[in-house]
Design a protein. Structure first.
Length: 199
Protein backbone atom coordinates (compact mmCIF):
# COMPACT_ATOMS: atom_id res chain seq x y z
CA UNK A 1 0.00 0.00 0.00
CA UNK A 2 1.31 3.45 -0.93
CA UNK A 3 0.17 6.80 0.41
CA UNK A 4 0.53 10.11 -1.39
CA UNK A 5 2.23 12.68 0.85
CA UNK A 6 3.40 16.29 0.60
CA UNK A 7 7.11 16.99 1.13
CA UNK A 8 8.80 20.36 1.56
CA UNK A 9 12.12 18.84 0.51
CA UNK A 10 13.05 16.00 -1.81
CA UNK A 11 16.67 15.51 -0.69
CA UNK A 12 16.32 11.74 -0.93
CA UNK A 13 20.09 11.24 -1.07
CA UNK A 14 22.78 13.28 -2.76
CA UNK A 15 26.56 13.63 -2.34
CA UNK A 16 27.54 16.78 -0.44
CA UNK A 17 29.63 19.15 -2.54
CA UNK A 18 31.39 22.31 -1.41
CA UNK A 19 31.45 24.67 -4.37
CA UNK A 20 34.06 27.40 -4.23
CA UNK A 21 33.65 30.58 -6.24
CA UNK A 22 35.38 33.95 -6.24
CA UNK A 23 33.90 37.43 -6.00
CA UNK A 24 35.74 38.96 -8.95
CA UNK A 25 35.34 42.48 -7.54
CA UNK A 26 36.70 41.88 -4.01
CA UNK A 27 38.74 38.74 -4.88
CA UNK A 28 37.08 37.06 -1.87
CA UNK A 29 36.62 33.28 -1.89
CA UNK A 30 33.23 31.78 -1.03
CA UNK A 31 31.98 28.30 -0.14
CA UNK A 32 28.49 27.17 -1.16
CA UNK A 33 27.27 23.88 0.27
CA UNK A 34 25.43 21.97 -2.45
CA UNK A 35 23.30 18.86 -2.13
CA UNK A 36 21.72 18.91 -5.59
CA UNK A 37 24.13 17.95 -8.35
CA UNK A 38 24.60 15.43 -11.11
CA UNK A 39 27.20 14.61 -13.71
CA UNK A 40 27.15 13.44 -17.30
CA UNK A 41 30.39 12.81 -19.16
CA UNK A 42 32.56 15.82 -18.23
CA UNK A 43 29.69 18.14 -17.32
CA UNK A 44 28.50 18.91 -13.80
CA UNK A 45 24.98 20.29 -13.37
CA UNK A 46 23.85 21.96 -10.15
CA UNK A 47 20.81 23.75 -8.79
CA UNK A 48 21.18 26.98 -6.79
CA UNK A 49 18.77 29.44 -5.18
CA UNK A 50 18.63 32.82 -6.89
CA UNK A 51 19.91 34.72 -3.81
CA UNK A 52 22.89 32.43 -3.36
CA UNK A 53 26.28 34.20 -3.26
CA UNK A 54 27.82 31.38 -5.27
CA UNK A 55 25.32 31.97 -8.07
CA UNK A 56 25.90 35.72 -7.92
CA UNK A 57 29.64 35.06 -8.37
CA UNK A 58 29.05 32.63 -11.25
CA UNK A 59 26.77 35.05 -13.09
CA UNK A 60 29.54 37.68 -13.29
CA UNK A 61 32.28 35.34 -14.47
CA UNK A 62 33.66 33.26 -11.61
CA UNK A 63 34.75 29.70 -12.29
CA UNK A 64 33.59 26.96 -9.90
CA UNK A 65 35.51 24.26 -8.09
CA UNK A 66 33.49 21.32 -6.79
CA UNK A 67 35.04 19.82 -3.68
CA UNK A 68 33.44 16.43 -2.98
CA UNK A 69 33.07 16.00 0.78
CA UNK A 70 34.26 13.02 2.77
CA UNK A 71 32.13 11.71 5.64
CA UNK A 72 34.77 12.85 8.17
CA UNK A 73 34.05 16.56 7.68
CA UNK A 74 30.28 16.69 8.18
CA UNK A 75 30.61 18.74 11.40
CA UNK A 76 32.79 21.32 9.63
CA UNK A 77 30.16 21.59 6.93
CA UNK A 78 27.34 21.93 9.45
CA UNK A 79 29.29 24.74 11.18
CA UNK A 80 28.87 26.90 8.04
CA UNK A 81 25.40 25.65 7.10
CA UNK A 82 23.52 28.68 8.51
CA UNK A 83 25.79 31.25 6.91
CA UNK A 84 25.69 33.11 3.63
CA UNK A 85 28.31 35.08 1.73
CA UNK A 86 25.59 37.42 0.47
CA UNK A 87 25.40 40.66 2.48
CA UNK A 88 21.74 41.00 1.47
CA UNK A 89 19.95 38.20 3.35
CA UNK A 90 16.42 37.49 2.08
CA UNK A 91 13.65 37.44 4.69
CA UNK A 92 13.06 33.71 4.36
CA UNK A 93 16.72 33.06 5.20
CA UNK A 94 16.65 35.52 8.12
CA UNK A 95 13.63 33.69 9.50
CA UNK A 96 15.53 30.40 9.21
CA UNK A 97 18.43 31.87 11.23
CA UNK A 98 20.98 32.54 8.51
CA UNK A 99 23.71 35.12 9.11
CA UNK A 100 26.33 36.77 6.93
CA UNK A 101 29.86 35.32 7.03
CA UNK A 102 32.70 36.87 5.05
CA UNK A 103 35.13 33.98 5.69
CA UNK A 104 33.54 30.53 5.74
CA UNK A 105 36.99 28.96 5.41
CA UNK A 106 38.06 30.19 8.85
CA UNK A 107 34.66 29.48 10.41
CA UNK A 108 34.62 25.89 9.14
CA UNK A 109 38.34 25.24 9.57
CA UNK A 110 38.86 24.59 5.85
CA UNK A 111 42.23 24.76 4.10
CA UNK A 112 42.59 26.70 0.84
CA UNK A 113 44.63 25.17 -1.96
CA UNK A 114 45.37 27.28 -5.02
CA UNK A 115 43.47 26.42 -8.16
CA UNK A 116 45.59 25.02 -10.98
CA UNK A 117 43.38 25.42 -14.05
CA UNK A 118 40.99 28.09 -12.71
CA UNK A 119 41.19 30.96 -10.21
CA UNK A 120 38.86 29.40 -7.63
CA UNK A 121 40.46 27.64 -4.69
CA UNK A 122 40.25 23.96 -3.79
CA UNK A 123 39.44 22.70 -0.27
CA UNK A 124 42.20 20.53 1.19
CA UNK A 125 39.87 18.51 3.42
CA UNK A 126 37.91 17.20 0.40
CA UNK A 127 39.52 14.14 -1.23
CA UNK A 128 38.14 14.90 -4.70
CA UNK A 129 38.29 18.38 -6.25
CA UNK A 130 36.95 19.22 -9.71
CA UNK A 131 37.81 22.54 -11.34
CA UNK A 132 35.27 23.79 -13.86
CA UNK A 133 34.16 26.73 -15.94
CA UNK A 134 30.52 27.70 -16.36
CA UNK A 135 29.04 26.94 -19.78
CA UNK A 136 25.38 27.80 -19.20
CA UNK A 137 23.09 29.29 -16.56
CA UNK A 138 19.33 28.82 -16.88
CA UNK A 139 17.23 31.02 -14.58
CA UNK A 140 13.92 29.62 -13.35
CA UNK A 141 11.34 31.22 -11.05
CA UNK A 142 13.08 30.51 -7.72
CA UNK A 143 16.32 28.77 -8.68
CA UNK A 144 18.96 28.46 -11.39
CA UNK A 145 20.37 25.44 -13.18
CA UNK A 146 24.08 25.78 -13.84
CA UNK A 147 26.12 23.65 -16.24
CA UNK A 148 29.88 23.48 -15.82
CA UNK A 149 32.63 21.91 -17.96
CA UNK A 150 35.43 20.05 -16.18
CA UNK A 151 38.90 21.57 -16.49
CA UNK A 152 40.83 19.39 -14.04
CA UNK A 153 40.22 16.61 -11.49
CA UNK A 154 42.41 16.30 -8.39
CA UNK A 155 42.28 13.28 -6.07
CA UNK A 156 43.99 12.75 -2.72
CA UNK A 157 46.56 9.96 -3.14
CA UNK A 158 45.21 8.25 0.00
CA UNK A 159 42.13 7.08 -1.94
CA UNK A 160 43.90 6.28 -5.21
CA UNK A 161 44.74 2.75 -6.32
CA UNK A 162 46.95 3.94 -9.20
CA UNK A 163 47.33 7.06 -11.35
CA UNK A 164 43.82 6.88 -12.78
CA UNK A 165 41.68 4.66 -10.52
CA UNK A 166 40.06 5.32 -7.15
CA UNK A 167 40.09 2.63 -4.48
CA UNK A 168 36.38 2.69 -3.66
CA UNK A 169 36.96 0.90 -0.34
CA UNK A 170 38.90 3.96 0.86
CA UNK A 171 36.44 6.60 -0.42
CA UNK A 172 33.59 7.53 1.94
CA UNK A 173 31.50 10.26 0.31
CA UNK A 174 29.24 12.29 2.55
CA UNK A 175 25.56 11.86 1.61
CA UNK A 176 22.73 14.27 2.44
CA UNK A 177 19.61 12.13 2.90
CA UNK A 178 16.40 13.92 3.88
CA UNK A 179 18.61 16.49 5.65
CA UNK A 180 20.58 13.85 7.55
CA UNK A 181 24.32 13.44 7.00
CA UNK A 182 25.23 9.84 6.27
CA UNK A 183 27.82 7.92 4.29
CA UNK A 184 27.76 5.46 1.42
CA UNK A 185 29.92 2.83 3.07
CA UNK A 186 27.92 -0.39 2.70
CA UNK A 187 28.88 -2.10 -0.55
CA UNK A 188 26.10 -4.06 -2.23
CA UNK A 189 27.48 -4.87 -5.67
CA UNK A 190 29.03 -3.35 -8.77
CA UNK A 191 27.57 -2.17 -12.05
CA UNK A 192 28.90 -3.92 -15.16
CA UNK A 193 30.64 -0.65 -16.13
CA UNK A 194 32.67 -0.41 -12.87
CA UNK A 195 36.15 0.84 -13.75
CA UNK A 196 37.74 1.73 -10.42
CA UNK A 197 39.56 -0.57 -7.95
CA UNK A 198 38.11 -2.81 -5.25
CA UNK A 199 39.79 -5.63 -3.34
Amino acid sequence: MFKKIEKESLYYGFPVVLMTTKDITSNQDNITVISSSWTLDKTIVIGLGLNNKGLINLKVGSAATFNIADANIWQQIESIAKTTGNTHIPDYKKQAGYSYCSDKFSLGGFTKLAGEKVSTVRIGECPIQIETIVTEITIRKTFAIVECATQGVFVNEKILYDDSHIDVDKWRPLIYKFREYTSANQPLGMNFRFREFKE
